[in-house]
Ligand binder design. Sequence first.
Ligand SMILES: NC(=O)c1ccc[n+]([C@@H]2O[C@H](COP(=O)([O-])OP(=O)(O)OC[C@H]3O[C@@H](n4cnc5c(N)ncnc54)[C@H](O)[C@@H]3O)[C@@H](O)[C@H]2O)c1
Length: 257
Amino acid sequence: MSVALVTGAAGGLGSAIATRLAQDHAVLLTDVDSGKLGDLASKLAADGASVAHAVCDVSDRDSVTAAFDTAEAQLGEVDVLANVAGVGRFVPLADLTDQQWDRTFAVNTRGTFLTCQELLRRRAGRPGAIVNLASIGARLGMDMLADYGPSKAAVIELTHVVSRVGAPTGVRANTVMPGLIWTDMWEKTSEWLLANDPALAGSSAEKIFQGFVESMVPMRRPQTPQDVAEMAAFLLSERAANVTGQTISVDGGVVLT
Ligand SMILES: NC(=O)c1ccc[n+]([C@@H]2O[C@H](COP(=O)([O-])OP(=O)(O)OC[C@H]3O[C@@H](n4cnc5c(N)ncnc54)[C@H](O)[C@@H]3O)[C@@H](O)[C@H]2O)c1
């Protein structure tokens, strides 16, 4: 059976992607949040899925290597990778610190590099499939996303490279760019805006998020974790056997790729 490794599996999108992939693959769930990870693993196992879980900090090479070792020992060799782990919040360019810049790139960009490199090494000439999550923030030039946007733009180009390196041996790599999805990431962002923007006094985090949806999304609706999970599952399946090096938006029409 094919074995998938999902990073950020305890989060809003990661848990949906891991749950969807568990229909077709054995899945190693990884994240830095061990509590939520254990809960999801128990739920999926109770539903009959073949899953294991491991704490993994994607910014740390040893932690990434250990996660692949755990997958191999408990489920079998990893041939499918979904890079979902990520960090992001609003900070204007003028206020962004060196530490914030470095941490965002360590998780979003180095984390994706380390896991892709590990998968390519371990596949050593055999086929596989990778989906990396970027963001529409990679294409918007938003002041508030001065670290996050570039970290995700780098993920898109890294995916191009991985697709070229992997192509001769059948390792495919594609990027999904999610739009606006109500997860912990957006909840914290909206709460920060509520606390820091006097013009939003009296509003609520949910209303602020809805305001972004109405002003940015041509289809005027938010995306869901399931929307993104379906696209990831498709790109990681044989149905996408001839698709590699692509960037697909799941965003209700915000970015025209
Ligand atoms: N929610 C959105 O609207 C949206 C839009 C575009 C892109 N994305 C991207 O989708 C991905 C998932 O985001 P989400 O909305 O589910 O957010 P989330 O905060 O719910 O999930 C992110 C997960 O990543 C984990 N994580 C953080 N640092 C880590 C590290 N060093 N190693 C391993 N795991 C780590 C967190 O513990 C969390 O479980 C992220 O890459 C994010 O940038 C989200």
